[in-house]
Design a binder for this molecule. Sequence first.
Ligand code: OGA
Ligand code: NI
Length: 399
Amino acid sequence: MCGPNYNVNQQFSITRSQRTTLSERKWKKMVTTIEEGNQVEHESGYDRQRELKLLDDSKSGVKGLVDAGLSKIPRIFIHDNLNTSSSATNHNVTIPVLDLGSLHQQGSSRHETIEKVKDACEKWGFFQVVNHDIPQSVLDEMLDGVRRFHEQDAEVKREFYSRDITKRVYYNTNFDLYTTPGVNWRDTLSCVLAPRPLDPYLLPSTCRDIIIKYAEYVKKLGLVLFELISEALGLNPNYLKDIDCAEGLFMLNHYYPPCPEPELTMGTSGHWDSGFLTVLLQDQVGGLQVFYENQWTDITPIPGALIINLGDMMQLITNDKFVSSKHRVLAQKIGPRVSVACFFRQHLQPEASKVYGPIKELVTEENPAIYKDIRVKDLITHYYAKGLDGVSALEHFKL
Ligand code: OGA
Ligand code: NI
């Protein structure tokens, strides 16, 4: 029954009191160093790499900083030229909301739903779904599980800390910590769930059962969505499934602690998702925005709804017919905010070696191919290397 991490945790609890003492000492030192760094920042510049490494080495993320009682955010988190003000936000539009319950009804409603999907995918690359057949209790338990993971004893959580993206399960803060221009106020537990089955014992016990259960529901919902999107593209319903768009599932469990100076930083910097399709579950705190018609627009939480958005791989294979939109999460005084992003996307080797390019049925003389044929692996490698720098990864793959 016991997988490797299970043993690590057991072994770990035996020596816990010892480790706590050691790490608390190291930890206090780190917080002091960062606060001192803040005070001298304007005189002598600061050793950014060193501060990044201190945060990384603490293995307790942004949550660790908040728990240590920081009242000012460290310099590494400060973003230049940030405009997060409410006056710069377009409050007059909202992303479309689709009722998937109507798919169970007879008649013309499937056709209407497909028309709505098409419109949303062409204009926004985002929509919300209600009546998606994932029970509310499963959504609630999933968010609780993520909260439990991030709020558990720092020493236990630390065992999962890693930057090795070839691992199936790991926790860290800012996947792009060392390359990003502005560090984000966020910690994340990452899990590669499919296509290769995951040994459940690699998952943290605090959220193991619910991750497995929720992922099964998300896979089913994904199949429904890929059918609708295939039809919205004028292709046969199985088209996207048959080219394996639905086979990979990569899950990010985000935790956004309350931030003492939210106007200076971001929860997640503006970015485009890399995969084919994302199913995003957010709690009721808010802060998610999409860039639509040159303005940031709030994606206000709807209880029980899921957010669906298209990623770069979808924009690439649809040859820009459907769009991957830029989105971000504001840092906020209130929190924590918790969210679960499930990306339909293969992850590194070997499954990510499959080649994708603009779908031939969608390429015509008037609409010639815009992108090269690429492997998902190429996009991921490029994406991870550049970090959330505000530039679309797709630029790199244009013909
Ligand atoms: C992401 C993302 C939004 C959120 O993980 O790509 O955009 O609400 N997350 O956490
Ligand atoms: Ni995203």
